[in-house]
Design a protein around this ligand. Structure first.
Ligand SMILES: [Zn+2]
Length: 67
């Protein structure tokens, strides 16, 4: 879905670094190095980024409108 705003374990903000991380990953930088460069150092926060699968564009068409 959408990247969680905060780390589930420590509460650190991670969502604002998602786009920057993806750009570095696309540019061919190693994932560990990209995480270091965007400033995510704790392993609990790193797993939030590494384990995330961005499915919002695939799921959104099936969501029911709220009334
Ligand atoms: Zn964390």
């Amino acid at each position: 879905m959408i990247i969680p705003v905060r780390c589930f374990s420590c509460g650190g903000l991670v969502a604002h670094k998602w786009e920057e991380f993806n750009e570095k990953k696309k540019a061919g930088i190693e994932i560990a190095d990209a995480l270091d460069e965007v400033g995510i150092m704790r392993y609990c926060c790193r797993r939030m980024i590494v384990s995330h699968v961005d499915l919002i564009t695939e799921v959104a068409p099936f969501s029911a409108p709220r009334q």
